[in-house]
Design a protein around this ligand. Structure first.
Ligand code: FMN
Length: 354
């Protein structure tokens, strides 16, 4: 099936504007998920053997998740779950709706199997996302919700902006991802600093600790960090008990052809893989299994997923891989892992919960 996507569907879709295609896919998926027959058929075609595991207290049918940014308004979660994912990360959601950056802002680097995006957290805001999820719950897989900062909110007011969005989204998430690593929101990445990060995450985790169900947190980090920034973020993760997602997109253009070097935004896909893996492996060396790690960046098949597990990831996410390899990617990855007799680590890591 993946072969058909690559030979026919991808060829067709890649003739159109990338953002137009993406929006049409999300709209189509959100309509299709209400038709039981379509949902069942997709589920039947995309499902593979389960590889169950528990991470951060969440029971997952397999360790392959959808990365944030694909379903920014949490509109198509039921359809996406049908593609076989073990979990979905939805968003990034901001407190208030915002249009994002001017178009064009999404570019395919076909020959490099890469994407450059400078979307800038375009989304309909937390209330809208919460309403969508309310309609869709219960979902067959755990859902993470990625939270980011409104572009017009100052860095000083960032903690309050994230916290208010969290409060709205809290009833709908099985975990929360604090996105401090998008290169498309001015100064966002400066939140990686130890003390700034503590001031951001602490109120969110305190809020969660006061709720009936205490949900785990992950902080999504950039692949372009200095050693000292990664050390600070990892030390804080261990001290406060949140996991890390390594990594978001890169601002580096070292591994793309000349013509793309001037395009602003975050680069994902194949050219990100090495940088992202290096960050994952360094983070694993620093947290030493004391908090869970999610690997994201350049996963296109079973082998590139397996290499992340070997480097220390407990879970792996895909985004660009889905665009280039198609909707049966999860199945292909799981079949590869099964052929290699790979076994997920069971229950070894669980963030403290009530
Ligand atoms: C078009 C696009 C939009 C994205 N939007 C977000 C986002 O809103 N929040 C986020 O945390 N990551 C976002 N990402 C980053 C992905 O979640 C992922 O971490 C990154 O693309 C690396 O994985 P990949 O190489 O599999 O694409 C986005 C990526 C792309 C390509």
């Amino acid at each position: 099936m993946g072969f058909l996507y690559r030979k026919l569907v991808r060829r067709l879709l890649f003739n159109f504007n990338p953002e137009l295609v993406h929006d049409a896919v999300i709209k189509g998926a959100s309509a299709a998920q209400n038709i039981r027959f379509v949902n069942s058929l997709v589920g039947l075609m995309a499902r593979a053997k389960d590889l169950p595991l528990t991470v951060a207290g969440m029971k997952l049918r397999n360790p392959i998740g959808l990365a944030a940014g694909f379903d920014k308004n949490c509109e198509a979660a039921r359809f996406l779950a049908g593609l076989g994912f073990g979990f979905l990360e939805l968003g990034t959601v901001t407190l208030r709706p915002q249009p994002g950056n001017p178009k064009p802002r999404l570019f395919r680097l076909r020959d490099d199997k890469a994407i450059i995006n400078r979307m800038g957290f375009n989304n309909a805001g937390a209330w809208d996302a919460a309403r969508s999820l309310e309609r869709l719950l219960p979902l067959p897989v755990p859902v993470g919700i990625s939270i980011g900062k409104n572009a017009d909110c100052s860095m000083e007011n960032a903690p309050g902006n994230y916290l208010e969005a969290l409060k709205i989204m809290y009833p709908f998430g099985d975990y929360f991802a604090v996105n401090i690593s998008s290169p498309n929101t001015l100064q966002l990445r400066s939140l990686h600093g130890g003390e700034k990060l503590r001031r951001l995450v602490e109120p969110m985790m305190d809020f969660a600790a006061g709720q009936k169900r205490v949900r785990p947190f992950f902080v999504k980090i950039a692949p372009d960090l200095e050693a000292s920034e990664l050390e600070a973020a990892s030390a804080l993760a261990v001290r406060m008990g949140f996991g890390l997602i390594a990594t978001n997109t890169t601002v580096s253009r070292a591994s793309v052809p000349e013509r793309w070097k001037t395009y602003e935004g975050g680069l994902s896909g194949r050219p990100l893989r090495e940088l992202s893996n290096e960050m994952l492996s360094r983070a694993a060396g620093l947290v030493k299994g004391r908090v869970p790690l999610i690997g994201s960046g350049g996963v296109f098949d079973g082998a590139t997923a397996l290499e992340k597990f070997k480097l220390g990831a407990d879970l792996v996410q895909v985004y660009s891989g889905l665009v280039y390899e198609g909707p049966f990617l999860v199945k292909e990855i799981l079949e590869y892992l099964d052929r290699r007799r790979w076994q997920p680590r069971h229950n070894t890591l669980c963030i403290k919960q009530n």
